[in-house]
Design a protein around this ligand. Sequence first.
Ligand code: PGA
Ligand code: ZN
Length: 419
Amino acid sequence: MAKIIDVKGRRVWDSRGRATVEAEVIVGRGTTPLASGRAIAPSGASTGSGEAKSIDAAKAVQSLNGRIRDALRALPVSDQETIDRRLIELDGTPDKGRLGANAMVAASLACAQADAASRKIPLWKKFAGERRVALPVPQIQIFGGGAHARGRVDLQDFMIVCIGAGSFAEALDWTAQVYAAAGARLAKRNALAGVADEGGYWPVFKSNEEALTELVGAISDARLEPGVDVAIALDVAATQLYRGGSYHLDLENRALSAGQLHAMLMRWIERYPIVSIEDPFAETDAAAMQAFTRDAGQKIQVVGDDFFVTQVEKLKIGINSGACNCVLLKPNQVGTVTETLQCWEAARAAGYRAIVSARSGESEDTSIVHLAVGWGVPQLKVGSFSRSERMAKWNEGLRIEEALGAKALPFPARKLFKP
Ligand code: PGA
Ligand code: ZN
């Protein structure tokens, strides 16, 4: 059985050009190295207040090279639960602020990578074992806004879901067509201000609703049928809009009460082929989230990101009070692989859906794609369809789909989102 011989921390750079931390874990028998695994911590811009706390990258490197290294050495690398428990105990704080959630998540994922490498299996297989798996259905950003594009449009993500696609590869083919069509429409109108943090177009629109009409137009331009082949998913990231008890749409120069925002979103659901809305209300506005889930939850996915911050206790409160019906899973919001898995298991047991998600600050690391496949989480969100930190993950999905071949379970898009 391979044991952890060494842990190294390294300061590297993320997709926004900011310092982050990479962990490298070396495993072997006795003192003979056999294999190693690496992982890089991501970082958010629209972070929930209940997230595990990341620390300065240089300090996170110190954590890895010192206390984390000492604590993990000699542990069997296949025992993810013990590794993660050791990290949690060593940190000893409720918010992971002592070791740093960034140091912890890098270490936790790098151990998983090293275990897979030492057993010469892909990472997804470590989690799936002999279970058959499917590729997750992607939610892919076309327009970026909110905190990722200096508030140019207020909502953060205008995404597509290829609900009629028969495979992950086909979903990406269709996405390429829609992404190109959307860019061509913007360029023609001189409404293209660049790309936002996750690679989606940074548009010059007069209203948030214009993003929806443009998205439907782009799907049609791509010769796909809105609502049948391709549907829309939104991340309102409403915590970012919430000030003084109302929701501010700065682009439109107006502020909405929770009731008005509720009514606006319900109208949009009627008018546009929307299948999923993330964080429609602020993380502190539980009553609004419950009311919205009651009214919209039969028709669409209501996703909690900042609202649950991948914390199983918060998810359980949401399940008991009827807030949301889907949870976003971001490993760095909680700090370890095992705690992320616990969140997914609690969601599944309650009949909640789940989406594995990247952050707005990312890297070439593709571990989360393997988590989604290996755990059987049926959806994946890693940003848009440009910039290599995003494409690295989509392309990894293609490799996994190819490797699975006929052994893959059916791609779940049509089952999850019946038109
Ligand atoms: P973040 O945004 O990584 O900036 O928090 C991603 C999201 O809200 O889903
Ligand atoms: Zn979000």
